[in-house]
Structures are given as structure tokens and as C-alpha cells.
Design a binder for this molecule. Structure first.
Ligand code: BG6
Length: 464
């Protein structure tokens, strides 16, 4: 297999937001950094547009643009109109790609990014294979990336996996969960397994509970058509949250790469169960574009999960995620058990917390108990903090840069394997939300007021 750093990057669904907001800017950065020496973007979609109009939109999302790099990118960018179900269109795409590769003197390495709805995954995969665009026969590589959501339930995910499995080798299949490309999510396993002070305590003997929170201070934007069919459980819990949970809960892999890591995450997903779930919807959601009148789709969820294995028996994992709340934050709190109190009067008010901040601030902090000044043996909590974004303000890679870089390198550990995606659907499919109450909450609040009772019942005090 050749390791040339040049490739053809085919974006299927190139007129969508993902291409303009994330993918093209990420390719630009990789070109600028020299991670790739040359790349031809081939934008593919159903509409009659030009590549220039897509590039113009994408450019708006790049700060401090280096004109020379941008020029180089634009010079070898192309557009091809295509209907995912039409084999003739794929024949034309193949001819175009071969022509471009010759003209641009590329080595034939190809990355296909399916930035489309999952209903197109099957047809697009089958047709790509039929016209020989992904055959991995000679000294070049071809890899196919699938943007989330991967199906909309277990049955549809199995169906897509089966169709893909018939035409591609799993080693060429890269299912995207962009949270796995986030710097501080990528750091979870490293933090755990490279620090002797953490791993011995990482179990139900010492950990009281875990909180995984993703609050957003914006609504569904223009994605009503998609979101209304999914809701927060399928949009956030099935993927991003369960992925973070697996990284927190997994056993030590032999190596932090390749299949070792994914094997361990799979074992966790087999043992995960949602024990209690609470749903909410922001006021005015029904008036959003693309949302059905009377929709019961949840924009807020809180859940108690268990990981039913020896390490985690009895430790609740609380997760929460909502749209249009009062703040934007992605964070994981690990709460350790309280210590035995030595002097009744001076017991620490809370136990230790290890916090992993993913966004908008990033880093770790460790709350430990310490002696208060001039107060005898009174205890106060102090923070030991590592501010990642202070040290790496400009150079922290965007999630999609990491994902593309890893896909180009052929490293699959930051992508979701077929069994992982199915197990995650199994976890959420077990819950029937049809008859559940969906509580309203005002935009800009902390969620439905009824959450307080749910939290009390579940013995959870959300860490702020
Ligand atoms: C997407 C969801 O996968 O992740 C969105 O579909 C959500 O609803 C988004 O807003 C959150 O991603 P990030 O990177 O902003 O935390």
C-alpha cells in the first residue's frame, strides 16, 4: 500500500452544512500543515451547483486564511452531480475521478465521505463498489467514511451494516462519531491508563458516580426535518454520550490503538442499561421549521445508566443533554466516594471530583480537600487544574481534522465499528419513549422544573 500523502477526497452530500462548516475547512488545515501534500476535492450532490459556490461558503468558516494554500485547494476542486440511486451517475463519477487523478498526478488514494442521510448509505455503498471505485486491488487505498446518524434504530443499522459488509471490507469502513475526534475525549483513555494514581481507584470501591453532561445554548437550528424524527435520545445518547461513557468505563486495552480499544468499548456497551429516563422539550419547539405540530420529540434528556459488570456494579452513570439551555458545556465529572470522617466537626462537605472539561473550556481539574487557613482543622475544597485551552489556544485541532487525519493514516480506533454501533442502538431501542411524559421548559433555562424531583428520586446532585 502506498503512503503517498496525496489523495482524492470525495464529499458525497457536498452542498450540505457539514461540507462547508467542517470538512472543507479541515482539508484546508491538513494541506496547510503538510499532513497531505496534495488533495483534489470532488464535491458530489444532487443539485445543479458549482464547486466554486461551495468553496465560497466554506471559505467563510476559515479564520486567517493562507491565500496560497486556499488557492492550491481551489485549483484542484471539482463538482459532479449525482443521484445516489443511479448507477449511471456513479459510472460518470468513476470516469471523472480517474480523469482527475491522471490530470492532477495523484496516486489513486481515495477517501469517500458520505455526508448524507443514512437512507442513502446502502445505495451509495453498493454503487461505489459496483463501479469499482472502492476495490483496494492495487497499491493504493480507498476508504469510506459514514457521517452519523448510522441508521435510526437497531434494525436499520443492521440492514446498513449488512449491505456495507457485502461490498466493503470492514477495514475500509469508517463510521464517524465526531466526539471521538475531540481532543479531550481522545484524552480520556490516556488520562486513565498513563497515570498510576488513577487506574487503581477507577472502580466501584472508590468511585461513587459519574456524570456526563452536554448542555447546549442553541436550538435545533435548521435541522427540524432530521431532529424531529430522532429526538435527543437518538441524536446524542445513542452515539456521543455512549461513546464517552465507554471510554470512561472500559477495561485497559492492550494498546490504545486499532481494534484493542474498540474491543474494550464493545464489552462495555454489552453491559450498559438505561435504568431511568427523563425527557423534556423546549417551549416553542413545535414552531421550528420542519417540526410536526404536536411533536413529542425530546430536546432534553436526563438518564441513569448502569454498567453491569464487576468493576462498575452499583455505580450510577448519570447523563444529561439538552438544547436551548442556559449554557453550552460538555463535561464529565467523576465523583469519588467520601472518606471516613476523622473529626465530626470538620468533615469535608463533599468528596473528590475529577472533572474532564471537553468544551468550551478544556482541561482537567481535580477537587481535593485541604486545610482552611486559620480555622484549625476545618476543611475546604481546592482545585488542582490543568487548563488545556490556555496552553493550546490556537493549535488544538478541530474534531474533523483529527478524524480525516486518522482516516488518511488508516487508524480506525477513533471510528465506530459495526458491532459498536449496533450495541449502542440496542441500548436505546430497549427504551420505549412513546408513552413517556415530555416536560416543557423555557428557552434559556436549566431544563424542565420537574427534573428536580427526578434528580431527588435518583439521588443525583448535578455538578455545576
Ligand atoms: C451532533 C448532533 O451530532 O452533535 C447535534 O446531531 C449536536 O444535535 C452536535 O448539536 C453537538 O456537537 P458539538 O461538537 O457541538 O458538541
Amino acid at each position: 500500500m502506498n503512503n503517498d500523502k496525496n489523495l482524492t477526497f470525495v464529499i458525497m452530500g457536498a452542498t450540505g452544512d457539514l461540507a462547508k462548516l467542517k470538512l472543507i475547512p479541515a482539508v484546508y488545515t491538513l494541506l496547510k500543515l503538510g499532513t497531505v501534500s496534495k488533495v483534489s476535492i470532488v464535491g458530489v450532490a444532487r443539485s445543479e451547483v458549482t464547486i466554486q459556490s461551495i468553496l465560497d461558503e466554506a471559505r467563510k468558516n476559515i479564520k486567517n486564511i493562507d491565500e496560497a494554500v486556499w488557492f492550491k485547494l481551489c485549483q484542484s476542486a471539482y463538482y459532479q452531480k449525482l443521484d445516489f440511486a443511479n448507477l449511471d451517475d456513479f459510472e460518470s463519477l468513476r470516469n471523472k475521478i480517474v480523469e482527475i487523478e491522471q490530470k492532477e498526478n495523484l496516486s489513486g488514494n481515495r477517501l469517500f465521505y458520505l455526508a448524507t442521510l443514512p437512507e442513502h448509505f446502502e445505495a451509495a455503498s453498493v454503487n461505489l463498489a459496483k463501479v469499482g471505485l472502492v476495490d483496494s486491488k492495487d497499491d493504493k487505498w480507498e476508504r469510506v467514511l459514514y457521517e452519523k446518524p448510522f441508521g435510526n434504530d437497531l434494525a436499520s443499522a443492521i440492514k446498513i451494516n449488512k449491505a456495507i459488509d457485502k461490498v466493503f471490507d470492514e477495514k475500509n469502513v469508517y463510521r464517524v462519531d465526531h466526539y471521538l475526534g475531540k481532543e479531550l475525549v481522545g484524552n480520556i483513555a490516556l488520562l486513565r491508563f498513563t497515570n498510576r494514581i488513577l487506574e487503581p481507584l477507577w472502580n466501584n470501591q472508590h468511585i461513587d458516580s459519574v456524570q456526563i453532561i452536554r448542555d447546549e445554548d442553541f436550538g435545533i437550528k435548521n435541522r427540524g426535518n432530521y431532529f424531529d424524527k430522532y429526538g435527543a435520545v437518538k441524536d446524542m445518547l445513542q452515539n456521543h454520550i455512549l461513546q464517552m461513557l465507554s471510554l470512561v468505563a472500559m477495561e485497559s486495552p492492550k494498546f490504545l490503538s486499532g481494534e484493542y480499544l474498540r474491543d474494550q468499548k464493545v464489552k462495555v456497551l454489552k453491559d450498559v442499561k438505561i435504568k431511568d429516563l427523563f425527557l423534556g422539550q423546549y417551549e416553542g419547539y413545535e414552531n421550528e421549521k420542519g417540526v410536526a405540530q404536536g411533536s413529542r420529540a425530546e430536546t432534553f434528556l436526563a438518564a441513569r445508566l448502569e454498567v453491569n459488570n464487576k468493576r462498575w456494579k452499583g455505580v450510577p452513570f448519570f447523563v444529561r443533554s439538552g438544547k436551548n439551555l442556559n449554557k453550552k458545556e460538555a463535561v464529565i465529572h467523576i465523583r469519588f466516594k467520601p472518606v471516613d470522617c476523622l473529626l465530626a466537626k470538620t468533615c469535608p462537605s463533599d468528596s473528590n471530583y475529577l472533572t474532564i472539561r471537553i468544551e468550551p473550556e478544556s482541561g482537567f481539574s481535580f477537587e481535593i480537600n485541604s486545610k482552611s487557613l486559620r480555622k484549625g482543622f476545618e476543611v475546604e475544597t481546592v482545585d488542582m487544574e490543568y487548563c488545556h485551552h490556555c496552553d493550546h489556544k490556537e493549535n488544538t485541532p478541530e474534531a474533523y481534522e483529527v478524524l480525516l487525519e486518522q482516516a488518511i493514516a488508516g487508524e480506525q480506533s477513533v471510528f465506530v465499528r459495526n458491532d459498536e454501533v449496533e450495541l449502542a442502538w440496542k441500548v436505546v431501542d430497549k427504551i420505549d419513549t412513546k408513552n413517556m411524559e415530555v416536560y416543557k421548559y423555557p428557552v434559556g433555562s436549566t431544563g424542565p422544573k420537574e427534573l428536580a424531583d427526578w434528580s431527588k428520586k435518583n439521588n443525583i446532585v448535578w455538578k455545576s
